[in-house]
Ligand binder design. Sequence first.
Ligand SMILES: [Zn+2]
Length: 247
Amino acid sequence: MVTINVQPDVWMENGTENLYRLLNGLEGCSVGIENNSLNIEISDQEKFLRNFANRIKQKQYEIIFVKLLDKKTHQPIKRLKPYVLQQFYLKQEDPLFKEEKRIKTIKAILDSIKTGNKDRYCVICGNKFGKPVRKNLTQGVYPFVTKIKSLSGVRILKENYDNLCPLCYLIGTLEWLDEGIIYRCFLGSGERTYSVIFLPFEFDLKKLHESKREYIEILKPNRNSQISNLLKIKENNIGYEGELQQF
Ligand SMILES: [Zn+2]
């Protein structure tokens, strides 16, 4: 059994809650949520790997991409939502989001958790771990790490920031698949392009899950929007106009 203790960090706690929803009801494993931890029991590794990989793939297209119609060709196209800090179709594409590498990566994470020789400390959770699966602490794993000095500049410091444990890598990366992220993207030209995201914070994982379960329903109708899942967007001659729907 794998037990993940909640970290008092908004990204990682929401990531743990999101992992629970990703795994809940999946054939090959059973998951249980406690006030401060998530327990995962894998009963059939092969089934688990296949089903988990499929769930990631499905969520990938539902949550972080939007389906649009090309204005010229009228053909369906998909676009990455602007707030998502992940690279696609490039060399840096994360293996968890890559069709041919997904299962292999999840398996490597499981193997690393089982490894006996744990001689490193994770830079995020502080737990000991063995072999890293993905080394660099990128914004794709934890969006608060930037190269900008005024915003911590973590990624330009000389200290060793490549001690990332496989569980934090998994939780942090998959948090992008959370339909509970409230987003509003401003699609101006050049420097005017920016995004704002909102995430709930609660010290109790169960309470967090309950409240997210409720409001995710409200966000669902606008899920396929590049601009916001909270606003009803109308396109007009001068750009976009938003109507606050809830909250
Ligand atoms: Zn960690």
